[in-house]
Design a binder for this molecule. Structure first.
Ligand code: E4P
Length: 214
């Protein structure tokens, strides 16, 4: 399973990339806006740190504008994934990017039918948002189970990138369901590793060691 960082914060990306466990990065307009830097500047900085897929999202809502933006993003690095919204224009843009050999990430997916359409359009990645579904008392993980089943049945090549992750259990459940990738905020990386019994175990080993005859 691949792990992506869902952030545009370059310090976080540098910190967790050093762990050697970050396979890629996803950004979105909200995450870039929070950083107060130009999108181009930040994406280029991320590309210096990360070799794997880096998603950069288009702002245009029409296919012509999306293609123009995406073609520009693709010049910045061969590992750029152009992120487009789950709309008819977004899916038309995916097909244009496919002709150019540019990878895509169809974002804001909230239903199995949307995921089916993204796969039919030939998206490289689809991003179902589990946390935002849970937020409205819907079941995010049920969506992942359905998408994985559909993609397996028809052998679609589109990969399932679980997004809007809120806690480590979202990651564990995604792994159990066979999702390809999880993209998560930096804090989730810490939580995936942390366990109080590990901490107390280390403390005990070290205090016992101090009393040992060496
Ligand atoms: C996905 O690529 C999005 O950037 C992200 O996961 C959205 O998460 P949120 O619902 O926490 O904003």
């Amino acid at each position: 399973m691949q792990f992506f960082l869902d952030t545009a914060n370059i310090d976080e990306i540098r910190k967790y990339a050093a762990w050697g466990l970050v396979d890629g990065v996803t950004t979105n307009p909200s995450l870039i806006a929070k950083e107060g830097v130009k999108l181009e500047t930040r994406i280029k900085e991320i590309l210096e740190v990360v070799d794997g897929p880096v998603s950069s999202e288009v702002i245009s809502t029409d296919v012509k504008g999306m293609v123009k933006e995406g073609l520009e993003y693709a010049k910045w690095g061969s590992n750029i994934f152009v992120k487009v919204p789950m709309t008819p224009d977004g899916l038309m843009a995916v097909q244009e990017f496919n002709k150019e050999g540019i990878a895509t990430n169809v974002t804001l997916c909230f239903s199995p039918s949307q995921a089916l359409m993204a796969a039919k359009a030939g998206a490289t990645l689809v991003s179902p948002f589990v946390g935002r579904l849970d937020d409205i008392s819907s079941d995010g993980m049920e969506l992942i189970a359905k998408i994985v089943q559909i993609y397996e049945t028809y052998e679609y090549e589109t990969k399932v990138l679980v997004a809007s992750i809120r806690h480590p259990e979202h990651v564990v459940e995604s792994a159990l369901l066979g999702a390809d990738i999880c993209t998560m905020p930096a804090g989730i990386f810490d939580k995936l590793i942390k366990h109080p019994l590990t901490d107390s175990g280390i403390e005990k080993f070290l205090s016992d060691w101090k009393t040992a005859k060496k």
